[in-house]
Ligand binder design. Structure first.
Ligand code: FES
Length: 76
């Protein structure tokens, strides 16, 4: 099955479909919500807790090409 990640306007990444979430060490993280924090303000990271609305988070309206967002760097 295909997993779809939707970017909510000024909000979280919403994952549709089944997936496994791991921490940086590869340990599986229980999926409490399918909305992942994009603003950095959640108290229950990596999940969205609605803080984005309280802090007035404004996300990018569209994907930005790497060369525009961070010239001279790589994604690794
Ligand atoms: S995106 Fe919702 S709390 Fe960060």
């Amino acid at each position: 099955m295909t997993v779809t990640i939707k970017i909510r306007d000024n909000g979280p990444y919403v994952v549709e479909g089944d997936f496994i979430l791991t921490d940086a060490s590869g340990n599986e993280v229980p999926i409490l919500k399918k909305a992942l924090c994009r603003c950095g303000g959640s108290t229950m990271k990596p999940f969205c807790d609605g803080t984005h609305s309280k802090i007035g988070f404004q996300g990018a309206n569209a994907a930005v090409a790497e060369s525009e967002s961070n010239p001279g760097s790589s994604t690794t």
